[in-house]
Design a binder for this molecule. Structure first.
Ligand SMILES: [Zn+2]
Length: 543
């Protein structure tokens, strides 16, 4: 078995405890066949093997992002206006005016990324958009996709007026006369989307290519798309069959409160049967148990502690959720939940516990994603039930969404916002992820924030958000490699560099283990290999 590829002069951290650190590896047909010293590996290779000289740099298994919206985020990134860096209404209007001017033929002018900590009922209405886009419809998603804003032309085309009632699990913001202001929350977004013209498949496919290239550039060789429907799967397959997928795509298929147990199971089982290639699979079912604190749709055990009080119910009835989880767990699906408030976390754990009691324990590695507020009594239950926290540590820092929204709303529970250290110390295994395009997918600022609990652009003097909840570098790397592979049910083939596993790996420009933690965010990926094939090369890498 002569290798066709060798990687030499490297500092390979394999993430395999039996052989944790080597200088070289050999691969054949995309899989690792040997690991050892540079001399040993060189001796194995014939004349025709491709040689990559890492120049002494750090090599890790390819990273996996286990909660990312690669297709939706990719389509937005490729085709719509990005409002993520905008902080004022005049800047928002300038960006929209510019986008409209540059796209004279486009019917709907859509965008994404406005920040609901800054924009909301008090300053974002359809008139704000009308001032710069009066004659064409426009829909702008917030960065967390739990709210959106539309202009008057869109309201008119869609028939959104005072007579339209709020959907269940969502609402239209309204003025004093009950006329919608153009702001949409949760299921009100779906009301609009269902009435908009359909986006052509070619746009979605362009989005996948954009998204996967961005993933490769930041060191990803695998993802778990955190919400797929039949359209997502059709588009992923089309890309797989045409130009090819350059990240391994696992996915979780949406189940909604309106689904019956039988209907949901039949649909998702169909997906699992029809999409089961090396590069694309469905292994999981996705449930939104609540919304987000920013638009006051998070489900909390106690009423919101700030002046406005109130609360929001868990989006599934208790019995319905339990029956769904029991059925999906019995059919050997992983369950992946969006949970923000501590009541949603508890509802998820309760229903997963019920499923385990009925069906027995098996290595499901069910995922509770986001876990923004966790009641301390529930922290030990993750390890006990074998449930993985799927965490986005970039959000765990002192900034407006935390200090001005989450902390006042959580009141006495604010100590338990993003309690990652507590979860790990209580035995939980965490998968790290980005939730892109909510926020950046670049894993290095995310890792730095997990370690420092400070915004990466602010440096060491910025206030630390709950320093007792800091994670270690080792935990972060595991969160993106071995733990992420486990979360995506790909441990047999990926997550560590061992004989028989895929040669999915990355070469970094710096040694994460030697540098100051404040230098982690700037890390560049020099080379990304997927099954031994180059899917990203930094212009400065010559190895
Ligand atoms: Zn998400």
């Amino acid at each position: 078995m002569t290798p066709d590829l060798i990687l030499i002069n490297a500092d390979i951290r394999t993430m395999d405890p039996l052989k944790p650190r080597v200088a070289a590896l050999a691969a054949r047909n995309g899989r690792v066949v040997a690991l050892g010293s540079t001399a040993e590996i060189r001796a194995l290779a014939g004349k025709n093997a491709r040689v990559i000289d890492a120049g002494g740099r750090l090599v890790l298994p390819g990273f996996q992002d286990t909660h990312i919206h690669m297709q939706d985020g990719g389509m937005n990134g490729a085709l719509n206006v990005d409002l993520a860096h905008i902080r004022t209404i005049p800047d928002l209007q300038a960006a929209l005016a510019d986008f409209a001017k540059k796209n004279p033929k486009r019917h709907w002018l859509n965008g994404h990324g406005w920040y609901s900590g800054i924009f909301g009922e008090h300053n974002l209405t359809r008139e704000v958009i009308d001032a710069v886009i009066p004659d064409r419809p426009s829909m702008l998603y917030s960065s967390d996709y739990h709210s959106a804003a539309i202009n008057s032309k869109a309201c008119e085309l869609l028939g959104l007026d005072a007579s339209v009632e709020d959907p269940e699990n969502g609402y239209f913001s309204r003025d004093k006369k009950g006329v919608p202001t153009g702001l949409l929350h949760e299921k009100a977004i779906d009301w609009v989307r269902e009435r908009m013209p359909e986006i052509p498949d070619s746009d979605w496919e362009e989005g996948v290519r954009y998204g996967q290239a961005l993933c490769n550039r930041h060191g990803f060789t695998g993802v778990l798309d955190a919400l797929v429907t039949d359209r997502h799967l059709r588009i992923y397959r089309a890309v797989e069959k045409s130009t090819g997928l350059t990240v391994r795509v696992a996915s979780t298929a949406l189940v909604e409160p309106t689904d019956t147990v039988e209907g949901a199971l039949e649909r998702v089982e169909g997906f699992r049967r029809d999409f089961a290639s090396d590069m694309l699979k469905v292994h999981s079912a996705k449930f939104f148990l609540d919304g987000v604190l920013e638009n006051r749709t998070a489900a909390m055990i106690e009423d919101y502690h700030d002046a406005q009080g109130g609360n929001f119910p868990v989006m599934f009835g208790e019995n319905h959720l339990r029956e769904l989880f029991i059925a999906f767990d019995r059919a050997r699906f992983q369950i992946h939940c969006h949970v923000i408030g501590d009541k949603a976390v508890r509802a998820g754990l309760d229903a997963l516990e019920a499923a385990r009691e009925v069906n027995g324990a098996w290595p499901s590695l069910h995922q509770l994603a986001h876990v923004q507020v966790v009641d301390p009594d529930d922290i030990p239950r993750f390890a006990k039930l074998g449930v993985m926290p799927n965490i986005q540590p970039l959000w765990a820092r002192s900034e407006a969404s935390v200090t001005e929204i989450a902390v006042p709303m959580a009141g006495p529970k604010a100590r338990w916002i993003y309690p990652f250290r507590s979860l790990i110390d209580a035995g939980a295994t965490c998968a790290m992820s980005s939730d892109w395009s909510v926020t950046t997918l670049n894993p290095f600022p995310i890792m730095q924030t997990a370690i420092t609990r400070q915004p990466p652009e602010m440096g060491p003097d910025h206030p630390v958000f709950l320093p007792e909840e800091r994670m270690t570098l080792d935990e972060c790397i595991k969160g993106y490699t071995v733990n992420a592979a486990a979360a995506a049910w790909r441990s047999a083939d990926t997550g560590s560099l061992e004989q028989g596993k895929y040669a999915d790996l990355i070469i970094l420009d710096r040694d994460l283990f030697a540098i100051d933690p404040y230098d982690i965010a700037g890390t560049q990926v020099m080379l990304t290999l997927l099954g031994g094939k180059e899917v990203h090369r930094h212009e400065e890498f010559k190895g």
